[in-house]
Design a protein. Structure first.
Ligand code: SF4
Length: 255
């Protein structure tokens, strides 16, 4: 059993990361570098410092498996009441394979519903092992075009799509989630590109995640430039045409 995992947050009472009321466990480390990332501290796989008003505080710490499990189990009555559970997020949960697998197994032994939120960017055997332990995959798709994917995230999409196909072929319950970023993937043409990809994969649902600025202060506290500064945030009403194009292909597309 894994001794510990490097986490940068455990957030209770989340309503946006899977069904019902959930506890979200945020893993540190990510192979991508999305320009719009709202958790920039998540990208480095080792502890960093936040600088705020002359104070420096660690952005993360090691949690033992038992400690993490105990925190998650504190809210069992809320999960049972709401049909919720625990979501492993990040960063990228796949970067800490053993801790992720051990935590998912421990939670499922307690009959807790488990989701993972993932970019799918990992070697196939890692993806298959971790995703095989979750009840639900929240699978982010950043773009449908290889060149634009590299431009926005620093990585190609071939292994990501291959892993998504693997999950679907194994019958894993999967909800694709599309972060919609102004000037990057928010045009009607982009919506048609996403729709074509979703249809080609046989997917019937997609959740849109409109761009927001929630991570901006963290960039300042890490002393790194925020690439999206000054870009407008998006609201569901801004994306009705975008949503309608995807829905027009028979995909249940929602926010
Ligand atoms: S995949 Fe998620 S955590 Fe990783 S860089 Fe992109 S937005 Fe940030």
């Amino acid at each position: 059993m894994t001794a510990s995992g490097l986490l940068f947050n455990i957030q209770k009472f989340s309503l946006h990361d899977g069904p019902g009321i959930r506890t979200v466990v945020f893993f540190k480390g990510c192979p991508l570098a999305c320009k719009w990332c709202s958790n920039p501290e998540s990208q480095r796989a080792k502890p960093c410092l936040f600088h705020d008003g002359g104070k420096s505080v660690p952005d993360s710490r090691e949690y033992s498996l038992q400690e993490t499990l105990d925190i998650c189990l504190q809210d069992r009555p809320f999960y049972e009441e709401s049909g919720g559970g625990v979501t492993l997020s990040g960063g990228e949960v796949l970067t800490q394979r053993r801790f992720a697998v051990d935590l998912l197994r421990a939670l499922r032994r307690e009959n807790i519903h488990c989701a993972i939120e993932t970019s799918g960017c990992a070697p196939r055997e890692v993806f298959d092992e971790v995703s095989g332990e979750a009840d639900l995959l929240l699978f982010d798709i950043k773009h449908f075009d290889e060149g634009r994917h590299i431009e926005g995230t620093g990585a190609g999409m071939a292994p990501i799509i291959a892993n998504l196909k693997s999950a679907l072929s194994r019958g894993r319950e999967t909800l694709p989630r599309l972060p919609v970023i102004p000037g990057y993937n928010d045009s009607p043409e982009d919506a048609r590109g996403f729709a074509a990809l979703l249809v080609s994969l046989g997917l019937k649902q997609a959740q849109l995640l409109p761009f927001h600025h929630f991570g901006e202060k963290k960039y300042d506290m890490l002393n790194i430039p925020y690439p999206m500064r000054g870009l407008p945030r998006l609201h569901p009403e801004d994306l009705e045409e975008f949503r309608g194009i995807i829905a027009g292909q028979g995909i249940d597309c929602f926010f």
